[in-house]
Design a protein around this ligand. Sequence first.
Ligand code: SF4
Length: 445
Amino acid sequence: MALTGLDIFKLLPKTNCKKCGMPTCLAFAMALAQKKVKLDDCPDASDEARDKLAAAAAPPMRKVTFGSGENQVQIGQETVLFRHEEKFHSPTVIGATVSDKLTGDELRKRIEAVNALRFERVGTKIGVKAIAVVNDSGSADSFAAACEAAKTASSLALILVSDSPEAMAAGAAKVKDRIPLLASATPDTAEAMAKIAKDNGCPLVAGAESIKALADLTEKINRAGVEDIILNIEGPGLKNQLGKAAKMRTLALKKVFRPLGYPTISFVCDGDPDTQMVAAVSLICKYSGIVVVDTVEPWALLPMLTTVMNIFTDPQKPVQVEPKIYKIGEPDENSPVMFTTNFSLTYYTVESDVEASRIPSYILVVDTEGTSVLTAYSGDKLNEKTVADAMTKLGVEKLVKHRKLIIPGYVAVMSGKLEEATNWEVMVGPRECSMLPKFLQEVWN
Ligand code: SF4
């Protein structure tokens, strides 16, 4: 919780020496609480005051990273309970398991199946970002071998899952250069697991069944020298987990309760892929930084990744595509030219319907600050001038011999002014772009 002026005053020398330019230490404290001055302006502030003020200024939820290079992932540093208050910052990392009971071809195939969980949705590539090696065998040697195999065959961030400090030490030693996440320390193994995490420079998951036990455990791990911690609230039942997750988030963000000021992980490994999918989607919404599932069925993973994609956008900024000319198929100088706006959903709907027509085309995307056709038109972001300027800037005239422009049916009203502004013949397209294939086949052909 932010310190008040009086809290800060108690930390100051109270000599009223005026070196800071303020008449009294109290005046300086009040100004510091309002962020009008910096603590450095007081040359006599003690180290204790500096440490306490720095701790109070730290974000309520720590940022934690693991993995290396391009595949490093970041979670945490969230600031709000509800997305509409600001936005959620660190998209949930989805991971899938690989059991260390697998060997040889079976192990290789499972790792490949996890690697293959990648999709493209509305022009954005999405996929799993972590591979979780699970110590099902109970053997430290098997675990170390599976960790090494995952490191060799996958560039995804690694999560090592074992309750055994012996197995964890063996696995971490094989892959420590990839900075894996170690899961999990329990109240019984906290010291041993914290030592492994500290020795290998890895973040550590703390797992307990109650919020109180979890808070005690993070303090213990922190005292052992590990600062990068991830919370795993255990216990049966999705309802139970969601309730605890919401309570922990509230304590961390609203009460700035430091022992719970870390991102969270959920393991969704029970039940068939349908059940896992439903639980994972719920936990992404409330508020898992990492979700590990035990399925590699693409149809089960896609809804999870889509949920992440939808929740971790900025609600105040529409999702946009780059304003430019998009080629559908291999258009030539006789191909149709049409325009739409740079609202992502609008563009990809139009693109899909033009593709369905099988007529190679040019789509001119006009910058309307990410708004749809009707919204842009009514806000005067889409008018004859913005379209004409985009056509000139993007060199549409050089692409085709004809001078015919297809416009969305919803803005047929701008036809006359657009013809005057461009000297192109305007063809009014359908109001709904689902009718574009029929329109292009009948009118353009
Ligand atoms: S410089 Fe420090 S000790 Fe002196 S008046 Fe300012 S706050 Fe107080």
